[in-house]
Write a protein that binds this ligand. Sequence first.
Ligand SMILES: [Zn+2]
Length: 399
Amino acid sequence: METPGSQSSLHRANLERVVRAVRLAGSLTQAEIARTTGLSAATVSNIVRELKDGGTVEVTPTSAGGRRARSVSLSGDAGIVIGVDFGHTHLRVAVGNLAHQVLAEESEPLDVDASAEQGFDRAEELVNRLIQATGVDRSKVAGVGLGVPGPIDVESGTLGSTAILPGWSGTRPAEELHRRLGVPAYVDNDANLGALGELVWGSGRGVKDLAYIKVASGVGAGLVIDGKIYRGPGGTAGEIGHITLDESGPVCRCGNRGCLETFTAAGYVLPLLQPGHGPDLTMEGVVRLAREGDPGCRRVIADVGRHIGSGVANLCNLLNPSRVVLGGDLAEAGELVLGPIRESVGRYAIPSAARHCSVLPGALGGRAEVLGALALALSEMGDSTLLDGTLSPNPPAFT
Ligand SMILES: [Zn+2]
């Protein structure tokens, strides 16, 4: 038995701090590990050597600020994680290793809203096929992260809204995948996973406070505060789609009038353009036509940007994020939408909040959520199995 505060338990705690820092970031130089963990350079150096000898981490030469440095990442064969993203119309699965390399990824069309059972069947099938394709042993799976397009009640793990995914009402998605795959499973909504994906792999790298805005059939924000996703007890933090912009505006599905969503979501925006552009117009089509110079589509995209910008200005005043990342199809419109967003932020946010906030397009496109699901699995998995050698081919003798 270890006594708390003893030399060996302190050592173990330091090992865990280093492994955790590297696991969350993918790879870090030894100086960055020291900064992240608060450990001294000498301690980090000793711990990295020990972890390397045990096969838990890999060390590769790199350069940082023009100087030679050593980049530390978890060993590529230490284990794998799986990301599963259920969109409204697709299923996407990725398999990655603990060094943050994506080993396999595939997406297929799926009417997710129709039936949860069918969704889980297809997900199970695709996960098994991709694990097989990577040639990695199943026992190496450390966890699966799962994204669904609706709010998740944090305590019960159930989907919090029956209006958004009627075929999923009452299901516990993480429990279901855990039962089917036999590995720990973690679930979150799509906006939070988009935020995590961009934070770890995309436009949010290097910042600790970020808002990821996703405009699709609704409008949501994933909020990262001090490096962590902020969910709130009901999992509904970031519902900026229901900020009131016009008290006498259109009635929203939430029952209020003039919500941000009623000025920006596809269901409200497309009818404005369909008389001139045909009934089959999609948001993707509007973005494409706007880029090709269609004046009506440009105007509508700019208006959507201005309205999103009002919501983002509120977010800036409340949370003072250093970065706002726009995801989803709309991000493809580039400056046509980002310019008006920035303009509104400049107009409506208090100047110091606006000054510290940069608005960028997502770097990951439609992959943000599935990579966020990988990041979720990476952040939730513990390190004890890793350090005890259960997942490591060469068990390090740490006690
Ligand atoms: Zn509303």
